[in-house]
Design a protein around this ligand. Sequence first.
Ligand SMILES: *[C@@H]1O[C@H](CO)[C@@H](O)[C@H](O)[C@H]1NC(C)=O
Length: 94
Amino acid sequence: MASPVATLLLLGIICFSFAAAEVPVDCCLQASPKRLPAKNIVAYTIQEEGKGCDISATVLINKSGRKLCAVHPKGNPWVQNVINAVEKRKQANQ
Ligand SMILES: *[C@@H]1O[C@H](CO)[C@@H](O)[C@H](O)[C@H]1NC(C)=O
């Protein structure tokens, strides 16, 4: 459903908003341990406790552009796998 242009636009907006914001305002307040399939994730941000946010978590953006709060990659190999998959896809698109 998502066109490549829409995906790029979305990524651009995400990059811009994180570059522009000193303190991320959109912190995850809860991190879900629920596993999400890597194929539905288009972008991610790692949120660190104490750096403007209350908890450590991973913000995952799915194909619908929804922000999903998952647990921090540290100690959660499935999150690390999702991140690796997103990075690999990013490199393949360059
Ligand atoms: C993205 O997440 C939302 C909320 O959990 C869900 O309703 C939607 O189906 C998800 N989209 C994809 C492509 O997984």
